[in-house]
Design a protein. Structure first.
Length: 650
């Protein structure tokens, strides 16, 4: 591919969008396209026109957010109605029932989650502005936008549009919506103060189009893509130019296009534009993908972005954690303030583990506890291995049984849909097939099952870890756990598996297990230990959750997050945990809804959050790669420092 413009050439993963071979690429109807066209003619090469896709990114391109989607056109471009385009020809094809059904499913997701071209955090709508009256939306665009000229319109058409809306609806409130770039101060629009009156009002707030359209009765556009989104939302749309979706019998058109003489369904129009015309590259795999993959990623980011405040104090994070926190929180207009001194009490504060607990005890009101997630990394956190999963809990934290947590709230209110149940089942199957766990450490080795009726796996933990301090009740040491398990199971074969950080000499909890365990397993992955055991006994280890996924009977001597829901044998009860749930519900809320996931490769695409399925694939590929020299050196040096501090370096 030949890229005339450096800006095009520098788009992340740009080559993945093209499969046309040796051709020249220009952008839209800007200077770069005409230069590309001239270069192509001189060198007898085909010319291709590229543009941002209809679902582009989280933030604006002018704010540094690269496109997740492009449209690629070999004969024209979708917004140029003066000549044919690949999209126009695609729309002219016969309708496909199966593709239309697929389109309807995507439309429902898009409208449900408010997925639009730019998906930054939107302002909350005050419904009082729109209630008890008729509301008409007139859509402004940026001055000089290519789509205006090439849709056969001019500045005068915006004036005519507003006048027509006022004439058609004299008793309604006419809302003139400005473009996101205008609101961001990056461009100017077509209307001035003199255009407004008592019933014509400027809508300058940055509202999500689908949220706004709930209150709108009819939409007037020149060539804005918001007109098509209004169609998706079931609204009547009048067009004062010839955008790509006009002329197909779905809009009321002020202008005509002789080439567009076929009536088609909305699902057909969507399918041809969003499936067949637009192209998508997954920011995780960096390969071409389908629209549904991008929607799934955007849904994760949109949901979490809505939860987050716009101004965050990141308190007490070490330097290496600050780096990945910036990647986890790379949202448009989210201000991060990294602090070592205590923030003001009314600020929204992110703090790690113990620090967060201490702030809450000191009556800080808006503290989010940050901790590692459940599918974390390839390697130990104590060795400075970057996490691929975190939890941001605004209520408590999952391992603290002394108080509620956001996970507990999710589980108490859980009612899974058919699709969510199916996804949970698929995720369980993927975890079992790939043998993924939290840290993914230990060698893979087939163990021989002892010739006894019952084999019990006892899992050791880090004894000063908060999960024992706040999740343990009467048993809070590895030795006490071993003693109790042996007392209750005199004839069983007990295997003791120390925590990886404890065995590595990085954390507290070493114990002589020989008096109570028949075997101490130091090397083999815990997942291989599961294969020869009937039961797992733990205070509060995550391994109990991992054992549930593999069908083992799990005994809890404390109150880990997965206890108290009817899935485990519990020594203690928690009155807040009010219902029995299925394994699928536990998995969906624990691995999909509660944590967030981020992998370093998405940094260039500025899409912070990915799905657990993406992280599993990422870790699986990592397992097939040798660890780097830099990682090995840092890990060894950090391990030595920790051992010296603990007094067991030798």
């Amino acid at each position: 591919m030949h890229f005339i413009n450096k800006k095009i050439a520098n788009i992340p993963n740009i080559h993945q969008f093209f499969d046309e071979g040796n051709a020249v690429v220009g952008w839209g109807r800007k200077k770069s396209f005409f230069l590309a066209q001239h270069y192509a003619q001189q060198h007898h090469l085909p010319v291709i026109c590229a543009e941002d896709g209809f679902i582009r990114s989280l933030g604006l391109g002018k704010e540094g957010y690269p496109p997740l989607s492009l449209v690629v056109d070999k004969i024209g471009i979708y917004f140029d109605s003066t000549q044919p385009s690949d999209l126009e020809n695609l729309i002219g094809q016969p309708e496909d029932i199966a593709q239309n059904k697929r389109a309807q499913q995507s439309i429902e997701l898009i409208t449900q989650y408010g997925i639009t071209k730019y998906n930054q955090k939107f302002n909350k709508i005050d419904s009082a502005f729109f209630k008890d009256k008729k509301n008409i939306l007139v859509v402004d665009q940026t001055y000089g936008d290519q789509s205006i000229k090439y849709a056969g319109a001019s500045e005068l058409d915006f004036k005519r549009m507003l006048a027509q809306a006022c004439k058609d609806h004299p008793d309604a409130t006419i809302w003139v919506k400005t473009h996101p770039d205008v609101m961001a101060g990056k461009a100017k629009g077509h209307f001035i103060k003199d255009d407004f009156s008592s019933n014509v009002k400027a809508l300058t707030q940055n509202y999500n189009p689908y949220d706004l359209l709930q209150y709108i009765d009819e939409v007037y556009v020149v060539s804005s893509h918001l007109g098509f989104e209004a169609l998706l939302a079931g609204k009547k749309v009048q067009c004062f130019a010839m955008p790509w979706y006009a002329g197909w019998g779905l809009t009321q058109d002020q202008k005509k296009n002789k080439r567009r003489n076929t009536k088609c369904s909305l699902t057909h129009l969507f399918a041809k534009a969003y499936f067949d015309y637009a192209r998508y590259v997954c920011p995780v795999t960096q390969q071409r993908c389908e629209l549904e993959n991008i929607l799934q990623l955007l849904i994760v980011n949109i949901k979490q972005q809505k939860r987050l405040p716009s101004d965050l104090d990141i308190f007490g994070f070490s330097r290496w954690k600050r780096v990945f926190m910036q990647e986890y929180l790379d949202f448009p207009h989210l201000k991060l303030n990294f602090k070592w001194r205590k923030p003001k009490k009314n600020n929204h504060i992110f703090a790690w583990g113990k620090r967060a607990q201490k702030l809450k005890q000191e009556d800080y009101k808006c503290v989010w506890t940050v901790e590692d997630g459940f599918i974390r990394s390839l390697g130990l956190g104590a060795a400075l291995i970057r996490p691929y999963s975190l939890v941001f809990d605004p209520i408590g934290i999952y391992y603290d049984a002394t108080q509620p947590s956001y996970l507990e709230k999710l589980l108490n209110k859980s009612e899974l849909s058919f699709a969510q149940n199916k996804r949970a089942d698929q995720l369980i199957q993927t975890i079992l097939e790939t043998n993924i766990s939290k840290y993914n450490v230990g060698i893979t080795k087939e163990l021989a099952r002892p010739s006894t009726k019952k084999v019990i796996l006892v899992v050791g933990q880090v004894e000063d870890d908060m999960s024992i301090q706040l999740g343990g009740i009467d048993i809070k040491t590895n030795l006490a756990l071993l003693k109790q398990v042996r007392a209750n199971n005199l004839d069983a074969y007990i295997i003791y598996k120390p925590h990886p950080d404890v065995h590595a000499g990085l954390r507290v909890g070493q114990v002589d297990a020989s008096a109570y365990a028949d075997h101490v397993e130091l090397e083999t992955s815990i997942l291989d230990c599961f294969k020869i055991c009937d039961e797992l006994h733990t205070i509060s280890s995550l391994s109990g959750f991992e054992a549930l996924l593999r069908g083992l009977k799990v005994y809890c001597y404390g109150l880990p997050f997965y206890a108290g829901w009817g899935l485990t044998q519990d020594r203690h009860k928690c009155a807040r945990r009010k219902k029995d749930i299925t394994l699928q519900t536990l998995v969906y809320m624990t691995l999909i809804e509660y944590p967030i996931y981020n992998v370093p490769v998405t940094k260039r695409m500025r899409l912070p959050f990915v799905t657990p399925e993406h992280v599993i694939d990422y870790i699986k590929k990592e397992m097939q790669q040798p660890r780097t020299v830099e990682y090995s050196f840092i890990s060894r040096m950090f391990t030595k420092v920790r051992r010296i501090k603990l007094g067991n370096f030798h």
